[in-house]
Design a protein around this ligand. Structure first.
Ligand code: NAD
Length: 431
């Protein structure tokens, strides 16, 4: 099949390369000319395991092409929209990039083209896209919703072996094209109407976010009653009705999806006069949870003015350089507001744009450099690089030995043996 992927970010690039690997001819289109030039030269603009090798292979095989315009493209079977849908001030998904692509596709799309959204879009968007194509005289174009579930850091595996494929379609023709594109994947398929497909995506992310906020609430109670949330989660997760994933207490979720999708679903519900009380609480708990280290530090030091705090981890999770909605940035902003000097360490993120912070904070990839003369350290992102430090060396480098493990991944005994003071989340361990 000949496929366009419009929007060559985390989702678009991975999807395009995986479709190429499945044997299709793929054109990735992006308005960012520099990105397109770099990709054409074999350079991957983000950190994602396996992506440079996959790009190299598919360029060599001649199955992947990059363009910033829709020129010299013809006889295309399907176009996947993978542009961003960032939140507006009010928390709704901003669809302006999606609709701008729709205008382009109406202009350049070949007759009978299937246009499918991979971007996460509010329920009813496929219908709005349909209306726009009709208005633009393109009733021949098919519209479908094929939501994306890949996880950054594991994106290639998730795309080649998805847990499920959701085809939100309104015609047999659209279904046939989607089946042909994915025919070499052995995943379960759910065929439904586009609004249902759109809702499956939001409901899935909202549910996972709920699990995270739930276990964080349990952790906060554990802290107060002397129970260990790690063991509570282990005991809960062994029940197959609950399952172990997304039950690790920590500083809450971040990234480009959960924060915006939870808020968008609250808005989607609000637009039909439904108050999604539970999800509103999930969002509130998550925001509060990010500040757990701040309160613990204030408790310990009373005043943070003049102190140096080292934050380990800038990306919102390990395995990616994505810093969108990263708890680390929120925490950095609050620490700076309390008069602390913040140093950041990350193995792949090179600079940290902290909103409301005035200047960008510098980021080093060397934890020992970041910890030198620091008064406190907070492990925010559980990169492997931070888990097995030379704790004695760390103790000798720091001015004060205070550590906060924001992901409950450090071995308390080893840190304490080295003379460090360790606080964590919900493990009943007090500094
Ligand atoms: P991204 O910001 O990394 O990439 C979006 C790309 O679209 C950018 O390169 C931008 O230049 C390009 N673009 C914007 N307008 C364009 C236009 N008119 N024409 C051509 N290109 C245009 O975004 P992302 O993280 O890949 O997310 C894309 C969508 O997929 C979002 O709706 C997101 O919610 C959803 N999603 C993301 C993930 C994830 O893990 N990142 C997972 C599942 C779903």
């Amino acid at each position: 099949m000949n496929i366009w992927i419009v929007g060559t970010g985390y989702v678009g690039l991975v999807t395009g390369l995986c479709f190429a690997k499945l044997g299709h001819q793929v054109w990735c289109i992006d308005q960012d000319k520099t990105k397109i030039e770099r990709l054409s030269d074999g350079k991957v603009p983000m950190h994602e395991p396996g992506l440079p090798e996959l790009l190299h292979d598919q360029l060599a095989l001649g199955r992947i092409h990059f363009a910033h315009e829709y020129t010299h493209l013809h006889a295309v079977d399907a176009a996947f929209i993978a542009v961003g849908t960032p939140p507006t001030e009010r928390g709704e998904a901003d669809l302006r990039y999606v609709f701008s692509v729709v205008e382009d596709l109406a202009k350049y799309g070949t007759p009978g083209l299937l246009v499918a959204t991979k971007s996460t879009v509010p329920v009813g968007t496929a219908a709005k896209i349909r209306e726009r194509f009709d208005r633009l005289g393109r009733s021949d174009i098919e519209v479908a919703s094929v939501p994306e579930f890949l996880r950054e850091g594991n994106a290639i595996e998730d795309t080649l072996n998805p847990h499920r494929l959701i085809y939100g379609v309104t015609s047999k023709t659209a279904l046939t094209v989607l089946e042909a594109i994915h025919k070499n994947l052995a995943s379960p398929v759910v065929v439904c109407e586009p609004p249902t497909a759109e809702m499956i995506k939001y409901a899935s992310n909202a549910f996972l976010a709920t699990k995270i906020s739930f276990v964080n609430e349990i952790a906060n109670i554990c802290d107060r009653i002397g129970a260990d949330v790690s063991q509570v989660a282990l005991g809960m997760g062994l029940d197959p009705r609950i399952g172990p994933s997304f039950l690790r207490a920590g500083l809450g979720y971040g990234g480009s999806c959960f924060p915006k999708d939870t808020k968008a679903l609250v808005n989607i519900a609000g637009a039909v006069n439904y108050d999604f009380t539970l999800l509103r609480a999930v969002v509130e708990v998550n925001q509060r949870q990010r500040m757990a280290p701040l309160y613990r530090l204030l408790n310990w030091f009373e005043d943070l003015a003049g102190l140096t705090v080292c934050l380990l981890g800038v990306s919102f999770k390990p395995g990616t350089d994505d810093t969108r909605e990263s708890p680390s940035l929120d925490l950095a902003r609050q620490l700076v507001a309390h008069g602390a000097t913040v140093r950041m360490v990350d193995p792949v993120v090179k600079d940290a744009k902290v909103p409301g912070c005035g200047t960008d904070l510098s980021v080093t990839c060397d934890p020992y450099e970041g910890l030198l003369d620091a008064d406190a350290a907070v492990l925010v992102t559980e990169w492997d690089d931070f888990l097995h430090l030379d704790w004695q060396r760390v103790k000798n480098l720091m001015r004060h030995p205070f550590w906060f493990d924001g992901r409950n991944v450090l071995d308390p005994d080893r840190l304490r043996e080295a003379g460090l003071v360790l606080a964590n989340i919900g493990r009943g361990v007090k500094p």
